[in-house]
Write a protein that binds this ligand. Sequence first.
Ligand code: ADP
Length: 325
Amino acid sequence: AFRNEDGGWTCPKLPLPNNEVPQKFAHIHLLLEDWSNKVDGVVPVPRKNLIIYHDDITMTKKLGEGAFGEVWKGTLKIDGILKDCAVKKIKGQVKRAETDAFFHEAKIMSKFDHECIVKYYGQCTLISPLMAVMELASGGTVRGLLRSKKTTPIENLVHFTVCIARGMEHISSKRVIHRDLAARNCLIGDNLMGENIGFRIAPIRWLAPETLTKGIFNEKTDVWSYGVVIWEIFTACAHHPLYPKSIKDAQVDIKEIDKPHKFPKGTGPPKEILSTFESCIRSKPENRPTFRALLVELAKNVEKWKKGQQQSKRKATGNNTATQK
Ligand code: ADP
């Protein structure tokens, strides 16, 4: 992203390295729960060519607004079975660039097959409006959940951190760069509906230093954004990521980026996850881990954390029993 004359930011169109999939404004949603084992029925298997008939879709409730148009909750009829789904409907009069972007997003989404990534069921393209049909994440966005009044147990926060790393590892293994990883793009497949965040802001606070200065996007810049998501999760999205709120987006520069990023008092992840956060936001990309390496390290550390939790629970109950005696 570079500064415009009016002080805003634009992302330059840069040539992409070999075999990296260019991604215009596709949104890949990470899903933070495994739905494939849900008991309520069959997970729809998309038709081979991914074409879905408009007649097989019923839309019931508007969920949000995206760059392409509206996102609706609906049902999809597959081989006589009705299954909940989310439908992204491209808005009215479409320009060629928008249809291109729509098909581009469809192509990218259909590459993924992972329990932590929203499943792509197919697209309705035979008549207008163009629609993309995908797995419904009825729990809303992670940002919505964390900003709501409910307190999220630390176990869930750690679970989110691991799920996002797993989804990102899958995305990077397909040589796709996300480019817009943030808590507002992580959805929850549960029944806790959070507030809907459908806005698009220039994600300055989520971008790596080399993206801000040179417009580079690659796995290591996604890893930086993942570090920012850890920040969001463990500050309940209540603090502006990395830089204090007093620093406006337009003031985020290299001087700010290079300062050490400390969690505000009373917030922050367990120490076992803090090291992952710190490795993600190293200023030199070559010093940041890949998603693969990060996931291996994180999984080990989370196991350590869980053992520690169990031990302190045991100690606490032991003490209680001792006091009772
Ligand atoms: P775009 O990428 O076109 O800007 P998004 O994909 O971010 O739009 O969708 C806009 C909003 O719609 C999201 O913030 C979310 O609230 C909702 N949404 C998108 N996909 C789903 C889904 N699969 N399940 C539930 N809600 C969704």
